[in-house]
Design a protein. Structure first.
Length: 104
């Protein structure tokens, strides 16, 4: 790996870390007030009667878990696809993914 490539990779990695940290901070800024609101208002909401077959309806947490399991599988499939495309294109790509120079 050349110095320029290492530096570019390090810059991208640092940027990714900053984006993830910003996302986490933004999420915390939402979760904390929601928790406070829920705790403060939990006694204001009356108990709802149970519905028929309600025990068969997934909870919101279960729905979220299923969604992210599916998204994880989909992302994995996309990753395999892109790797296969790059491998198939390898004969015309150079070592770093740039097109190989043509011979004149």
């Amino acid at each position: 790996m050349t110095t320029a490539t290492a530096t570019a990779t390090e810059m991208v990695s640092a940027w990714e870390d900053q984006v993830l940290e910003t996302v986490r901070q933004s999420q915390d800024a939402v979760v904390k007030p929601v928790r406070l609101w829920a705790e403060a208002s939990k006694n204001l909401i009356p108990e709802l009667p149970s519905l028929p077959f309600s025990d068969q309806i997934p909870t919101p947490a279960e729905l979220v878990e299923r969604y992210f399991q599916y998204a994880d599988k989909l992302l994995g499939a996309q990753k395999e696809y892109i790797r296969a495309v790059l491998e198939a294109a390898a004969p015309v790509l150079g070592k770093n993914g740039a097109p190989t120079p043509t011979r004149s």
